[in-house]
Design a protein around this ligand. Structure first.
Ligand code: 5GP
Length: 145
């Protein structure tokens, strides 16, 4: 998938947004949906996806919609930090397959980091246990301000 291509309305996150695929939700309003990454790179790895846009990546995102969306990214990142009490938090996103992007609907990753713990691979490895993801999502949701 090149950096510039048509938006695929059947990408995984579009299906999650439509409710056609399940997700372990953390936060939802009219602007964004946040849910747990099913291949978490660390405990608490959360994704924040903008709603009502056909933006494959950050470059595509309508500028006027960016501010409200980034507010939600920060809201969720703060809740993840409070819930997981990591030593650091990575907030990142990738644009285009050569940059590491694997799902082509804009999303920010919120990835807690601990000094003594490594990171699992990106979009790889074993799918997380849904019960464990739900318990983490509950903890994060409880810290949403
Ligand atoms: P990207 O590579 O596009 O930056 O990130 C896509 C992320 O989506 C990866 O971290 C991957 O683990 C995650 N992912 C892939 N498929 C699914 C899915 O069906 N559900 C959820 N919740 N996450 C997914």
């Amino acid at each position: 998938m090149t950096l510039h291509a048509d938006y695929d309305p059947d990408n995984i996150f579009a299906k999650i947004l439509r409710g056609d695929m399940p997700s372990v939700k953390v936060y939802e309003d009219e602007i964004a949906l946040a849910f747990m990454d099913v291949f978490p790179q660390s405990e608490g790895h959360t994704l924040v996806v903008p709603k009502h846009v056909q933006a494959r990546n950050f470059l595509d995102m309508p500028t006027l919609k960016l501010g409200a969306y980034m507010e939600r990214v920060q809201t969720v990142a703060r809740a993840v930090e409070k819930a997981m009490t990591p030593d650091g938090v990575v907030v990142t996103q990738f644009n285009g397959a050569p940059a590491g992007q694997t799902v082509f609907h804009l999303h920010f990753h919120i990835i807690p980091r601990w000094k003594d713990k490594g990171l699992a691979g990106h979009a790889a490895g074993q799918m997380a246990d849904m019960g464990e993801l739900q318990a983490i999502a509950d903890k994060i949701r409880a810290k949403l301000g």
